[in-house]
Design a protein. Sequence first.
Length: 210
Amino acid sequence: AFQALAAVLGGTQSLHTNSFDEALGLPTEDSVTIALRTQQIIASETGVADTVDPLGGAYFIEELTNTMEEKALDYIEKIDDLGGMVEAVRAGFVQKEILDSAYKYQVAIENKDQIIVGLNEFAADEEQGRDLLRLDPAIEDRQKKKIETLRKKRDNEEVRRLLEDLKKAAQGSENLMPFILKAVKAYATLGEIANALRDVFGEYTEAVIL
């Protein structure tokens, strides 16, 4: 909640609040509600959203903004020197930067250089229970049956032809969206469309540099 409020105070254009249990599984209804209420309180109660930049002109905020801009431009320059974002990803630069950042953050938490209330300081002794969302296996069975029914009702020859058209377009330089839309309208599944493109482009293998 504090991070969300700070973002709004800093003049953010949009804000999304994640549910607190998303790292553990699909969010539960309670966690989704808390995330939603956090945004609603900020938008409807605090009044900070009534001003474009509530802290505009504050020296400290302006200094932080300038520092962020300088560091962002430094990153952009490094990426440009590597040949652009695609080449930077292929070289493993982006992945390594993320890994290094995560490692430094974790070390800071363990050394208490970065205080996280309730985690490495002011933590309660009792074990907190986690009410994780459990999906009913019957949902998977129902979805499989729906797909089977769909494939029986649709024009499978038309779907096959449109997927072949998509493959041919992917081998060239045409805009793929019209071909994808045609396939969707013929009730081709997401998996079938993805497989058609996978046959042309293959699968991306991430380069990991430690």
